[in-house]
Design a protein around this ligand. Structure first.
Ligand SMILES: Nc1ncnc2c1ncn2[C@@H]1O[C@H](COP(=O)(O)OP(=O)(O)OP(=O)(O)O)[C@@H](O)[C@H]1O
Ligand SMILES: [Mg+2]
Length: 355
């Protein structure tokens, strides 16, 4: 029997729960001529919620993950390749003839999909401008296409001044709704909220929270019911208490609890056993991570995991806050109404290894 929980990739169909309001909001929002910016800490479900809303809208769309682009030229090729999934080459061939650099386009005999590349050494900005212009020209204001750029904060690493150049191309376009997603909280806010940034107020900023307890509880307990007939409700409670409704970690823990239920149904405390298993499997990574933190960071993490106050006089407030800011930027710490560790299993590891 297949594990009914899924973690690590985009979830859809039966693996996707709740987010009803968010999906409706995104779908409705992109009916306007505006762009949307979606921010959350890592693995909260940004890519999944946008994929669902875009699919549900039934509109033409393309998605590119900037983390997978190795250069601006590669990003341009990836966008064009995605466009060919929406429009056959024949329909846009006349627009490609206007390109300043003609791409190499071939059909992959194994997958049947189109492969696109540009000759090396060409200025990436020229390529991306031509590709985005083509996407614009292939559509109209009555038939706008949705372009999703995932992990958008990567534009800062792809090429210097790319943000400025992209903005000047994108702001003139009328036939595209952009949805820009990103997970490095502070960098995304820098890009969209800093007055000096070219993308300042480019679109509506939307933040995604954790999943609501009630829906997620139902999702987990009904899937655990086939191996834990009597205790599934209680197990779902324990899982969500432990992960504080974090979408990814809850699915990960539930998947392990389910596995235990299938293999050793008589285990007395399957949630604890699953936690121990996950912490042990990641032990080496956690140890390596820990060794690389400086003394202040280690101290802060220890205080956070044991719920002790940070203002104890040991470090200056300014030192604590600049370290916290960095830890948050690097994704180890998240802030909702209080600072907490992003990974509950790393928290467990710190608690057991620093007694
Ligand atoms: N609506 C949902 N219902 C159930 N599980 C979800 C949902 N959204 C996210 N998850 C869980 O969280 C995991 C991460 O989801 P997703 O990749 O969409 O998040 P993300 O914010 O885009 O992550 P990243 O920061 O890695 O890009 C999924 O694999 C799944 O386990
Ligand atoms: Mg994602």
């Amino acid at each position: 029997m297949e594990n009914p929980f899924k973690f690590g990739t985009i979830v859809e169909e039966e693996y996707f729960t709740d987010r009803v309001q968010e999906v409706a909001y995104i779908e409705q929002f992109i009916q306007s001529a505006n762009h949307l910016v979606l921010i959350s800490p890592r693995r909260f479900g940004k890519s999944s919620v946008v994929a669902k809303a875009v699919k549900q809208s039934g509109r033409k769309n393309i998605t590119v993950n900037l983390q997978q682009a190795t250069s601006v030229s590669d990003l341009s090729a990836k966008l064009l390749k995605e466009l060919f999934k929406v429009h056959p080459l024949e329909r846009v061939r006349h627009l490609i003839t206007h390109f300043r650099v003609i791409p190499t386009i071939s059909t992959n005999p194994l997958t049947g999909s189109m492969d696109v590349s540009f000759q090396p050494g060409v200025d990436g900005i020229v390529l991306i401008e031509d590709v985005l212009t083509l996407i614009e020209k292939a559509h109209s204001e009555q038939d706008r296409i949705i372009v999703v750029l995932d992990e958008f904060q990567e534009i800062r690493d792809l090429a210097p001044k790319l943000d400025k150049q992209l903005r000047s191309i994108m702001q003139k376009q009328k036939n595209i709704n952009y949805i820009l997603l990103g997970s490095q909280e502070s960098m995304m806010t820098d890009i969209f909220e800093d007055k000096k940034s070219p993308f300042y107020h480019f679109g509506e900023l939307m933040r995604l929270g954790k999943l609501p307890h009630e829906d997620f509880h139902q999702y987990l307990s009904e899937r655990l019911a086939n191996c834990f007939v009597e205790t599934h409700e209680e197990l779902a409670d324990r899982i969500l208490d432990y992960t504080d409704c974090h979408p990814y970690y809850s699915q990960q823990l539930a998947a392990n609890v389910w596995q235990i239920g299938m293999l050793q149904p008589s285990t007395s405390d399957p949630v604890q056993k699953a936690i121990d298993y996950i912490v042990t499997t990641h032990g080496l990574d956690y140890e390596r991570l820990w060794m690389n933190f400086n003394r202040t960071n280690k101290w802060i993490l220890q205080r956070l995991v044991s719920n002790k106050p940070l203002q104890s006089g040991e470090y200056r407030t300014s030192t604590i806050y600049s370290a916290l800011k960095r830890l948050k930027k690097d994704g180890y710490v998240i802030y909702s109404d209080h600072y907490e560790l992003e990974d509950p299993f790393f928290k467990e590891w710190i608690l057991t290894n620093n007694k």
